[in-house]
Ligand binder design. Structure first.
Ligand code: BEZ
Length: 177
């Protein structure tokens, strides 16, 4: 892994990188879909009431995100930061991403595979939205995680139907409070 110099962020890393990097570029990862199918009992929820956060699932289509290039000398620090930040079921995987206006490059993406201990399974949008509305964890409300991601994707010019559908439901739920 430490021979690589790009990290593909598709969740909170899009709007809140917490590691040193030298360049950030919009990028596309093909063959995956972004899904709020991962239970979060350490960041956006608790053991008693886990929130829902994103992972990537194999699918036709593509995921838009941000590629961060880091200095090789910082690789250990980058991976140490992400290994601590995203421990619940995620593992670094080698992928190939397409940089906007640039070449395809090898990169690392942190992906929680199907069947991991935090896999929430195939829940309906209403079920996921209802959980996001009430879950709060050490990193803050689950609502904030979803809406910041939705805003960041809008700023990227992306329309992710799964995230959009959840954001619509959650905004409606907040308005009804
Ligand atoms: C990301 O935002 O790329 C990310 C999502 C889940 C785990 C680690 C990183």
């Amino acid at each position: 892994m430490h021979d690589l110099e790009w990290l593909f962020g598709y969740g909170s890393v899009i709007y809140r990188p917490s590691f040193p990097f030298v360049e950030r570029r919009p990028a596309t990862l093909r063959g995956y879909a972004r899904r709020f199918s991962q239970a979060s009992d350490d960041h956006r929820g608790t053991a008693a009431l886990p929130g829902r956060v994103v992972t990537l699932q194999a699918a036709d289509g593509a995921v838009r995100g941000i590629a961060y290039r880091f200095a090789r000398a910082d690789a250990a620090a980058v991976f140490a930061d992400l290994d601590v930040r995203e421990q619940a079921g995620y593992a670094p995987q080698r992928v190939t991403i397409e940089l906007d206006d640039g070449p395809a490059v090898p990169a690392i993406a942190y992906i929680a595979p199907p069947g991991n201990a935090w896999d929430a399974g195939d829940e309906s949008l209403d079920t996921i939205a209802a959980r996001i509305l009430i879950a709060v964890g050490p990193s803050g409300p689950n609502v904030e995680y979803l809406l910041r991601l939705a805003d960041a994707l809008r700023d990227l010019g992306d329309d992710d139907p799964h995230v959009r559908a959840l954001a619509e439901r959650v905004r409606a739920g907040l308005a009804a409070r």
